[in-house]
Design a protein around this ligand. Structure first.
Ligand code: NCD
Ligand code: ZN
Length: 345
């Protein structure tokens, strides 16, 4: 049995670090596990220009423990008013790594999101020309579409046309949850990739209703039925360079989750690598973990691979019921469970 695994330092290609007190509380967890992370821009107000992204990046760096080697990669939140020139300048100046497309009202803080992506053709053309990736929350927001079908319908109605109309645009379909998405991305041109969260590898939709309503298992896109989880797992461990690690760690205070209208989001940052590794081990794919965690994403983004390594050891790791204190206490993914691996400090 493998007792220790050393891999190239990994990156998180999708994380919500929030702002203010919550940022102070969660930033160190991501920085302890990852060398870089794509920082989602859905603050209130959202990060829509380079000045706001610079200021947010400064706040993230200021929230890190001293001496910590972590690089936040900033994203631009696309709105109907997005301006191609401003985005291109932000990219050229090294502020924006990518743009994030939230269909309006798809998820937490997406009220300013895009109402019609094809109206943003000038922005997408420019991104395509300068090699700037488009990151997509791939769900339709049409209330007539069943919530469990919204990802598959987005692929049919929007993504296929985007890929056809912008053949050189690099597109990441974020946090995929369905066999439809895994199959689509696998068959799509090399310009299309996907991130996969730990929760969508580990839980199916039963977890949300396990003996009662379980708000801490609720995120968007919502977990689907078992056959979809198995398809997403197969994609993650396949070794395909199109699939890479993106935690979608999305902390909400306990009261915002345990509520009459609980927020979507699962906070998995503290034990993300341990969680993913349990999946790769169960699938007999330990040899593919490094590609998924540390190589595929960087290559897709056209960024250098990290130098240095991290080591995980087979050590029983109890996950606490709560991470953090007081106003920023959050229930983590796997709360109360024991994981089999531990990131060596
Ligand atoms: C995210 C959040 O809370 O910001 N929530 C989630 O369920 N994943 C937003 C998102 O990525 O959809
Ligand atoms: Zn997210």
């Amino acid at each position: 049995m493998t007792e220790r695994l050393t891999i190239r330092r990994p990156d998180d290609w999708h994380v919500h670090l929030r702002d203010g007190a919550m940022l102070q509380a969660v930033a160190a967890h991501t920085a302890r596990q990852f060398a870089r992370a794509i920082i989602m821009p859905n603050l209130t107000p959202p990060v829509t220009d380079a000045a706001a992204a610079r200021a947010y990046r400064d706040r993230i760096v200021a929230a890190l423990p001293a001496g910590c080697d972590f690089t936040p990669l900033m994203t631009c939140y696309l709105t109907d008013g997005a301006d191609a020139d401003a985005i291109a300048v932000g990219h050229a100046e090294g502020v924006f790594t990518a743009c994030k497309l939230y269909p309006a009202h798809a998820t937490t803080n997406s009220a300013h999101g895009v109402t019609g992506i094809f109206a943003l053709a000038p922005v997408l053309e420019r991104m395509q020309a300068i090699g700037m990736p488009l990151l997509i929350h791939g769900e339709v927001t049409d209330r007539d579409v069943d919530i469990f079908d919204r990802e598959a319908v987005f692929i049919d109605r929007t993504l296929q046309r985007l890929v056809r109309d912008f053949p050189a645009l690099r597109i990441v379909l974020e946090h995929i949850t369905t066999a439809d998405a895994a199959d689509y991305v696998t068959a799509a041109p090399d310009t299309v990739a996907a991130t996969i969260t730990p929760q969508h590898l580990i839980i199916n939709r039963n977890a949300i209703f396990d003996g009662g309503l379980r708000p801490h298992a609720y995120c968007l896109p919502v977990a689907k039925r078992e056959r979809h989880r198995l398809a997403v797992r197969a994609a993650a461990v396949s070794g395909s360079p199109k699939f890479f690690l993106g935690t979608d760690s999305a902390p909400h205070v306990v009261g915002a989750k345990e509520s009459g209208c609980g927020c979507a989001g699962i906070f998995n940052a503290p034990f993300a690598l341990e969680s993913y590794l349990s999946v790769f081990e169960a699938e007999g794919a330990l040899d593919r973990f490094e590609g998924f965690a540390s190589e595929h994403g960087a290559r897709f983004y056209g960024l250098p691979l990290n130098t240095g390594t991290v080591t995980l050891e087979r050590v029983a790791t109890p996950v606490p019921a709560l991470v953090g204190e007081g106003d920023t206490a959050v229930v983590p993914f796997h709360a109360g469970e024991t994981l089999e691996w531990q990131l060596v400090a």
